[in-house]
Ligand binder design. Structure first.
Ligand SMILES: [Zn+2]
Length: 431
């Protein structure tokens, strides 16, 4: 028997010739997973256990030569008796399997380009039809820039890295301070005094070596914003802690046409929305100008519940993954409002302003404005002030009349909050 089966093996080279010269059918008897990982172009795939049931239907010509193959040649040999029983007259097995085939330099193709290690690491993504191998491959090719490695940037960066986003940029010039560790989970006590960008890179590389982490140990300014945004980013996650950076980032993202996933936090309340240039509103559509210095909050004094940036930053990461994968309904034109104390998530619709000074039809702002000063008079940002924390927004003057009652708390309405909103979720709900 052993002698008989051995005589029914042919080499990978002969297999290649047999396909060319005799029109042999190449039959892959491995598992679905192995097939997806890599297979020989033009082969037919029927797993060994399904040969009886499926082969006659998909390969009705019993006279056509058949060459079975598997990984290294064992299962394909075991398939031959089944093929004999089914009436296939000329069936042989390729010795050495697809491994030998590849060693000879013959082509294989893959549905995703994911190797076995990646297929294992991202298996819970691969099981979701909306993601699958193509989606995971897309994530691995995606570049996402994070502004700030603080409260919001921490969970975003960790989840995006864990999800296999291939390239993650981090812009942060701050160092890790002990007051950060209550919420900035990228950093640890051992990293006190270290640059956050470096501390973040170490944490992300330890989490997932598939991720290429690019660090910018500098504060986003009008001087460097074009250089940094020009380095091929698909999306930006905004975890900035101050108005100057938010306005600078907004204007730059509109001009560079990069969507921004915005998040802000204050005490127990947070907000998330997606600013997709020219498709939805931008930050200036909502708040055309920053507050005057006397109304600007101190950049350091806003308290925040430690877990709150975990919620909001994770929502930002969720939106980033959805946008990358092209699935679901992104929060474009919708401002999500999370109230931790009430355990409540509301949303208000926000609209593009046709007269927006940046993304409107006739823009009045066409160059970067350096607002760096407005946070500083009398309320300068001390070293080690928390990043990723939204400044305490001042009381809006017009919000009460235009924002729906109960939908937006003054504490969470950023400055200039003549919110061009209508409600959906919150209509008629008084709190
Ligand atoms: Zn705008």
């Amino acid at each position: 028997m052993a002698g008989k089966t051995r005589s029914r093996e042919i080499t990978a080279r002969d297999t290649h010739q047999s396909i060319e010269a005799r029109g042999a059918l190449l039959l892959d008897v491995r598992s679905d997973e192995e097939w997806r990982l890599a297979h020989i172009p033009g082969a037919l795939h029927v797993p060994l256990s399904q040969l009886d049931a499926r082969l006659p239907e998909v390969a009705p010509d019993r006279k056509r030569p058949v060459v079975t193959y598997c990984a290294v040649g064992a299962r394909s040999l075991r398939a031959l008796p089944t093929l004999d029983e089914l009436g296939y007259e000329d069936a042989v097995s390729m010795s050495g399997g697809i491994v030998a085939w590849q060693e000879l330099g013959y082509p294989v193709e893959s549905e995703s380009g994911l190797d076995a290690e990646k297929r294992d690491r991202y298996s819970r993504h691969l099981l979701i039809p909306e993601i699958g191998e193509q989606g995971q491959a897309k994530l691995l090719e995606t570049s996402i820039l994070l502004i700030g490695a603080g409260g919001l940037g921490s969970p975003s960066a960790l989840y995006l890295a864990a999800a296999g986003v291939g390239r993650i940029g981090i812009v942060d010039d701050d160092v890790v301070d002990s007051s950060n560790l209550q919420r900035q989970v990228l950093h640890s006590t051992a990293g006190l005094g270290e640059l956050k960008a470096r501390s973040a890179r170490a944490a992300l590389e330890a989490l997932n070596p598939d991720v290429d982490v690019v660090t910018y140990e500098e504060r986003l300014t009008s001087e460097n914003v074009d250089r940094i945004l020009g380095e091929g980013w698909d999306l930006i996650v905004d975890g900035a802690d101050n108005f100057p950076t938010r306005y600078l980032l907004n204007d730059a993202s509109v001009w560079h046409d990069i969507p921004v996933i915005h998040g802000s936090i204050y005490r127990f309340e947070g907000q998330v929305t997606v600013f997709k240039p020219h498709e939805g509103p931008c930050y200036r559509c909502l708040f055309p100008q920053p507050p005057p210095p006397e109304l600007a909050p101190s950049c350091a004094e806003g308290g925040v519940l430690g877990v709150l940036p975990g919620v909001i930053g994770s929502l930002q990461a969720t939106e980033a993954l959805k946008l990358t994968l092209g699935i679901g309904e992104p929060a474009i034109g919708r401002l999500l409002l999370f109230d931790a104390l009430a355990a409540r998530l509301d949303e208000v619709q926000v609209r593009r302003d046709p007269d927006c000074p940046v993304c409107g039809a006739n823009p009045t702002i066409t160059g970067y404005i350096d607002y760096a000063e407005f946070c500083s008079p009398g309320v300068s940002r001390p070293a080690g002030a928390p990043t990723g924390q939204s400044p305490a927004p001042p009381q809006p003057d017009a919000a009460e009349s235009t924002a729906p009652s109960g939908a937006v708390s003054p504490n969470t309405v950023p400055y200039g909050a003549a919110l061009p909103t209508t409600t959906r979720e919150s209509q008629g709900k008084a709190r």
